[in-house]
Ligand binder design. Structure first.
Ligand code: PEP
Length: 249
């Protein structure tokens, strides 16, 4: 029997402010999202403020190294010590702008779990890869980098976010059918290794989700919530998206 609680996670990227933390915390307090988990991934300097304001916050990445001489990096142990429970790993912007490979992402995934952070592993194909019919092989390779390094059991305390790169920040969202197709593929791939893990892992969709399209996306059988970029900077729109997840919980 599956036990998947929907998650709506806001990725603020390099945006936001102390003021937005306060407004978001107040808006979320007035919303009733009892049956879902609502998370915010603000920039590092805002993590403490977010946690103090009662937001369940996580980091947008962590280092694959332990604390040490790595200027500009942030280690998972410190993120966990602050009180965070989650971190994103392998967001497409980390992969494309900062050159993170599948192996780097798997190492970050491992480091996150070592310090009891739940990694949200972001995967997804580019437009070109989709046009070439490579969606499934790209996504599979991204997930298998983690499974091959750590075993399928490592997925127990993790979340996967399917985010087609062509849909991120473009306003061009995947249709509910396109998204469901890839989510089902991911769940089936995991099921081939471990049915229980596949039934229990939350699979989020990300890519231009807003308060107009979230309802139908979250109604899909294998979509357990969303990773939201732009719309997570607008508290009212973000709460509407959370309400869609709540209705589909
Ligand atoms: C993201 O950054 O993970 C994302 C999905 O962004 P957006 O919702 O703006 O497309």
């Amino acid at each position: 029997m599956a036990s998947r609680k929907p998650i709506v996670a806001g990725n603020w990227k390099m945006n936001g402010s102390v003021e937005l933390i306060t407004t978001m915390a107040e808006t979320l307090k007035n919303a009733s999202n009892n049956n879902i988990d609502v998370l915010i991934f603000p920039p590092f300097p805002l993590l403490s403020k977010a946690l103090e304001a009662g937001i369940v916050a996580g980091s947008q990445t962590v280092s694959h190294e332990n604390a040490g001489a790595f200027t500009g990096e942030v280690d998972a142990k410190l993120v966990a010590e602050l009180g965070c429970k989650y971190t994103l790993v392998g967001h497409s912007e980390r992969r494309s702008i900062y050159g993170e490979s599948n192996d780097d992402v798997a190492a970050k995934f491992e480091k996150a779990q070592q310090y009891n952070l739940i990694p949200i592993l972001c995967v997804g194909e580019s437009e070109e890869q989709r046009e070439q019919g490579l969606t499934e092989s790209v996504v599979s390779e991204q997930i298998n980098a983690v499974i091959n390094k750590l075993g399928v059991a490592a997925l127990v305390n993790s979340v996967i976010a399917y985010e087609p790169v062509w849909a991120i920040g473009t306003g061009k969202t995947a249709t509910p059918e396109q998204a469901q197709q890839v989510h089902k593929f991911i769940r089936d791939e995991i099921a081939a290794l471990d049915v229980v893990v596949s039934q229990n892992i939350a699979l989020l969709y990300g890519g231009s989700v807003n308060d107009q399209n979230s309802e139908l996306l979250f109604a899909q059988a294998d979509i357990d919530g969303g990773l939201i970029g732009g719309a997570s900077l607008k508290p009212d729109a973000f709460v509407s998206i959370c309400n869609s997840a709540q209705r589909n919980a």
